[in-house]
Design a protein around this ligand. Structure first.
Ligand code: PLP
Length: 416
């Protein structure tokens, strides 16, 4: 099996996540520490510019986490007439942050069940959840598989709603030739460790709309009146020309309720190193993903995963594995079997409204989101990242075969 990029291997043979830190990043970080210019500045701006180019959008605004990216994108809606308590439509199955972000931005999440095959929001159920108070749809591209953006965009247009994509897990994903995250009004990415592009901790919002980007820049810095790009540069030669125009000090005048969630220079340096490696990382992850997906039919009918549909490209975040009805083992047994053999797992999230205790106050009842709840109790996801290769993917396949053999199932190995 291949060594990890950093020459070390953790306790797991197939760890869940990794982060790539090339040599040039280490040098940049050493120089930054020497300069002591560490808070948001030139590298953050450069990272934003390159991320926007990659997503084929006009603007990108870097923040300190993917959750903040969701919260800030949603908070922009307050500048366009949305009120506290208005509603945002969200898939029931996602990482819990998708639901919490809606609450933190001052809205009420209205949950909609998912499709088990795609793990994404069931667009046929969205219109039934729209009320007078609905302001936005927040689809999630879970595991890097694009949600049905044509259907979502059409519904949003009919009902005059914003679309904010939670693309936290979907770097490198495409929907009909368009990068996912750049299709709706705004797209929110996580840049946390295990993600395709990482800054260690971090997030970024992308948009085609300059005005939204200005509001996002204001929001991430306490709602300050100055929204210009120069104000994020902590260097003296680039002083903001508008700072004292018609106002005492624009940088210290606060015109909306904001947050404190800027990205710092050290994180941006890691992000720039990741962008240098982006194509390589993506290609390795896709090779790993399809090594498993192309052979997964042999585990039918006991285990399922996802597929790449026509007109879409998955940006692989991880590999989902769902124990199907009638399987002779439980998810707990699958999890222990994999973990005991060095394959790290994560549960495939939960139905946010009915399986996450923090959302009990909303009054949803178990059984209201049968598909999300099924995946929430029967799904896991495992690593697909760039420090893994064919040997590790073969090891995963062989371990799953061993599990099935243990239950007397011979499988169809090699059937493709
Ligand atoms: C779908 C989804 N949304 C939001 C987030 C939050 O991102 P972060 O952990 O960077 O806050 C994540 C985390 O990976 C996620 O998977």
């Amino acid at each position: 099996m291949s060594e990890t990029r950093n020459g070390k291997r953790g306790a797991f043979k197939v760890p869940f996540g990794t982060i790539s830190i090339p040599e040039q990043t280490k040098r940049m970080i050493a120089d930054l520490l020497e300069s002591r210019r560490l808070s948001s500045g030139r590298y953050v701006r450069e990272f934003e510019k390159r991320f926007a180019d990659l997503l084929q959008v006009e603007e990108a605004v870097a923040v300190s986490s993917g959750t903040d990216a969701d919260v800030l994108a949603l908070s922009v809606l307050h500048d366009y007439g949305a009120h506290r308590g208005d509603e945002v439509i969200v898939p029931a199955l996602s990482f819990v942050a998708t639901g919490s972000a809606v609450v933190h931005a001052g809205f009420r999440p209205v949950f909609v069940d998912i499709e088990r095959e795609t793990l994404n929001i069931d667009t046929r159920l969205i219109e039934g959840a729209i009320t007078q108070k609905t302001r936005a749809i927040l689809p999630v591209h879970l595991m890097g598989k694009p949600a049905d953006m044509d259907a979502i965009t059409a519904i949003a247009k009919r009902h005059k709603l914003f679309v904010i994509e939670d693309a936290a897990e979907a770097h490198g994903a495409f929907y009909k030739d368009r990068p996912v995250g750049g299709i709706g009004d705004m797209g929110a990415f996580s840049l946390y460790l295990a993600h395709i592009i990482s800054t260690c901790e971090g997030g970024i919002v992308v948009t085609h709309n300059e005005e939204y980007a200005g509001i996002l820049r204001s929001l991430r810095s306490h709602g300050r009146a100055c929204k210009c790009r120069i104000c994020i540069l902590n260097t003296t030669p680039d002083r903001c020309p508008n700072r004292f125009k018609n106002i005492e000090d624009r940088r210290f005048t606060n015109e909306r309720i904001g947050y404190s969630c800027k990205m710092n220079e050290l994180e941006a340096a890691i992000g720039l190193g990741n962008l240098d490696l982006y194509e390589e990382i993506l290609e390795k992850r896709r090779r790993n993903l399809f090594h498993i997906l192309d052979r997964f039919e042999e585990f039918h009918p006991f285990l399922s995963t996802m597929r790449e549909g026509p007109g879409e490209r998955i940006g692989p975040m991880a590999i989902p594995i769902i124990v199907q009805e009638g399987a002779p083992f439980t998810r707990a047994e699958l999890t222990s079997f994999l973990e005991e053999r060095g394959i790290e797992t994560r549960p495939l999230f939960s139905s946010i409204p009915t399986q996450c205790r923090g959302f009990e106050y909303m009054g949803y009842r178990l059984g209201q989101f049968p598909k999300a709840e099924y995946v929430g109790t029967h799904g896991v996801h495992i690593g697909v990242h760039q420090d893994l290769g064919e040997a590790e993917m073969d090891y995963v396949l062989e371990t799953l075969r061993e599990l099935l053999r243990r239950y007397g199932f011979r499988g169809t190995e090699g059937a493709g």
